[in-house]
Design a protein around this ligand. Structure first.
Ligand code: PDD
Length: 290
């Protein structure tokens, strides 16, 4: 089955339509979320939907549904598609209106779509780590908004992909900000450092979960930016995101990080996150095939 949700209606994917003047399609004038699904249940759904509401406020978008209604619709969608492990993607744009940069009239209702996708946990990457490239962060100054405009992120990711790397680590001059689709953390002398949540990064839900777990399990951490040099000389580097969970980065711009293998704090955080996922969504494999 391939059922998607369009403006509150569940329809077959091949029957779903986007108007050519939808502002999401024309301007990227909208926001989105990606929520992980394990055992048919959403992980950290309320946190994702709270961020959606925050981002809607930041772009002055009135969402057409309440969070309670969105959560119910997403769960129905997951069930209709019999999804066990994967993601649910949702986006809301400023609706359909005659092309004009300024906002349309207030009676224009925001568009809202969601669909599910099967996606296994990336156990190979989680276990073995990935390579990353260094790319200058040339995006705008509202990176805290989960905007549909992803050109800056896409161009950076493509640059990394062409170098055979899984992720692009972005930096504004000397300061590391985040990944093209993830947050970046380093470990130095037992302390986890990650860029503070400000306009230069998306305050990732996985990042927030990871920091909360550090707090509960007495792993020292600081929300403080670090330099490219500190990144390259870190004991461990890892990325966090909804789809990547905690994925170690073992090589950056051709240079080995630490021993060149996933570090002990990264592994500890993977296990703690997996326990938290299991607590919310039921059993998942905690033992990664190491
Ligand atoms: N990307 N930073 C950026 C630029 C991102 O695009 C993402 C997520 C994150 C991590 O956020 P979270 O932990 O809430 O997933 C950080 C999603 C998964 C995507 O665009 O597919």
């Amino acid at each position: 089955m391939n059922i998607v949700m369009v403006n509150g209606q569940f329809v077959e994917r091949n029957e779903a339509k986007v108007d050519i003047e939808d502002r999401g399609y024309q301007f990227g004038d909208g926001i989105y979320e990606v929520i992980r699904v394990y055992n048919g249940k959403m992980f950290a759904a309320s946190e994702h939907l709270e961020r959606l509401v925050e981002c809607a406020g930041k772009i002055k978008l009135t969402l057409p549904f309440s969070n309670t209604d969105i959560q119910t619709m997403l769960q129905t969608l997951i069930e209709k598609n019999a999804l066990t492990t994967g993601i649910v993607y949702l986006q809301s744009s400023r609706g359909v209106a005659v092309r004009n940069h300024a906002f349309p009239t207030t009676d224009t209702v925001a568009s809202f779509i969601a669909y599910t996708k099967e996606l296994p946990r990336p156990l190979h990457n989680i276990t073995n780590g990935v390579k990353a490239a260094l790319v200058e962060d040339e995006r705008w100054l509202k990176c805290d908004i989960k905007s549909l405009n992803l050109l800056g992120n896409i161009l950076a990711k493509q640059e990394a992909a062409e170098l055979g790397c899984f992720e692009a680590i972005l930096h504004r001059g000397e300061t590391v900000t985040e990944g093209s689709s993830s947050n970046i953390s380093i470990v130095k002398d037992g302390v986890v450092y990650t860029h503070q949540a400000d306009k230069y990064i998306l305050n990732g839900i996985t990042r927030q979960q990871m920091l909360a777990l550090c707090g509960v399990h007495s792993i020292a951490f600081e929300e403080k930016s670090f330099t490219v040099e500190e990144l390259l000389n870190a004991d461990e580097v890892f990325m966090t995101s909804t789809t990547a969970e905690v994925t170690p980065i073992i090589e950056i711009a051709g240079r080995k990080i630490g021993t060149g293998a996933p570090g002990s704090i990264s592994i500890k955080l993977q296990q703690l996150l997996a326990s938290e996922i299991a607590r919310q969504c039921g059993r998942i494999y905690l033992e990664i095939d190491r």
